[in-house]
Design a protein around this ligand. Structure first.
Ligand code: 13P
Ligand code: SF4
Length: 328
């Protein structure tokens, strides 16, 4: 007779129809999560094993709403620093933790708060629209925040008589300017990972998959955006690929996105967009979070995200304005 065991497999139900058996480490993470009354929010670029234990997997906008709505005591943010900081600004009374504090963002770093403050001194009438990929200090200087999922909608609501400064992503800002016909001044920042995708390599790949629509993130350079069939946020990629009649897609963004797409749309195929040197592209910051670090951070509730209360006070209104304008 087989020995009785209490180690029954824990089966996780995915957002799609897939059921996956969890590893011991993943099961332990789920137990710790219950013990600490924590919610795990994971960005679409996180490694598959982290996405599989998260309560919510989504884009920056969706996760900001999830952070606003949660009644958990602890928000464990599996993403990069500015995302966890945003969750803290929305929930100053909650403990917000990030598996690896070094998970930064090159785009966020390209716009230091002191440089933006100096610019604003000289241009006091500019309406500052800040992409959520920026520090809390930059958010505190902005009039409104946006994500790639709502940037067009947000810019359309900026008063017509105001000049707009868009920080820090020049590529997203340029794309929004084209969509809205608004004159926008662009801060010279960019995402080190998205600007590597190459139009020539994507064209070469298309020879093998002539019917596959190209779906690109707006942080890509204009030559890539122009050849794309759809330019959108990571969350909108899921909706686009679900509703499109095509069965194969070239996905021009960070590779974590492929796991989300394959989970939710198992009957279709997704091919990573290439750079000049590689068949796909990871964000080195997003990939700093690992299952082991997630486990240890739930055990110790460290590293904790700490934001100066004065900065929180100033950064909250532009974030709330985004959430309100986006829902309207
Ligand atoms: P999304 O909001 O579209 O998920 O993008 C976040 C990001 O960091 C893209 O590089
Ligand atoms: Fe920042 Fe680019 Fe990584 Fe997104 S992919 S977190 S913009 S470095």
């Amino acid at each position: 007779m087989p020995a009785e065991t209490t180690l029954d497999p824990v089966i996780v139900t995915m957002t799609g129809n897939e059921h996956r058996e969890l590893s011991e480490l993943q099961k332990s993470i789920l137990r710790l999560k219950e013990e600490k009354n924590a919610v795990i929010l994971a960005h679409n670029y996180q490694v598959a094993e982290i996405q599989d234990v998260a309560d919510h997997v989504g884009d920056s906008l969706g996760l900001a709403y999830n952070a606003q709505e949660t009644d958990a005591d602890v928000i464990c943010f599996c993403g990069v620093h500015f995302m966890a900081e945003t969750a803290k600004i929305i929930n100053p009374g909650k403990r917000v933790i990030l598996p690896d504090l070094e998970a930064g963002c090159s785009l966020s770093d390209s716009c230091p708060a002191d440089k933006l403050a100096a610019y604003k001194e000289k241009n006091p009438n500019d309406y500052v629209v800040a992409y959520i990929n920026c520090s809390a200090g930059v958010k505190a200087l902005a009039d409104v925040i946006c994500t790639s999922g709502n940037a067009v909608k947000i810019v359309q609501q900026v008063p017509e008589d105001r000049d707009i400064l868009f920080v820090p992503d020049q590529n997203l800002g340029q794309w929004v300017a084209r969509q809205t016909n608004r004159r926008i001044k662009l801060w010279p920042g960019s995402c080190y990972a998205h600007i590597l995708f190459s139009k020539d390599q994507i064209e070469r790949l298309k020879l093998d998959y002539p019917g596959a629509p190209v779906v690109a993130h707006p942080e890509c350079v204009e030559s890539v955006r122009l050849m794309a069939d759809e330019v959108c946020s990571t969350e909108k990629m899921v909706h686009y690929c679900k509703s499109s009649p095509a069965d194969t897609f070239i996905i021009v963004t960070e590779t974590g996105m492929l796991h989300r797409l394959r989970n939710e749309i198992p009957n279709k195929s997704f091919i990573a967009g290439p750079t000049e040197n590689c068949a796909c592209n990871d964000c080195r910051f997003m990939k700093l979070n690992t299952l082991e670090k997630l486990h240890s951070c739930l055990e110790t509730l460290e590293p904790e995200i700490d934001v100066d209360p004065d900065v929180i006070e100033k950064a909250k209104p532009p974030i709330q304005r985004m959430l309100d304008w986006s829902a309207s």
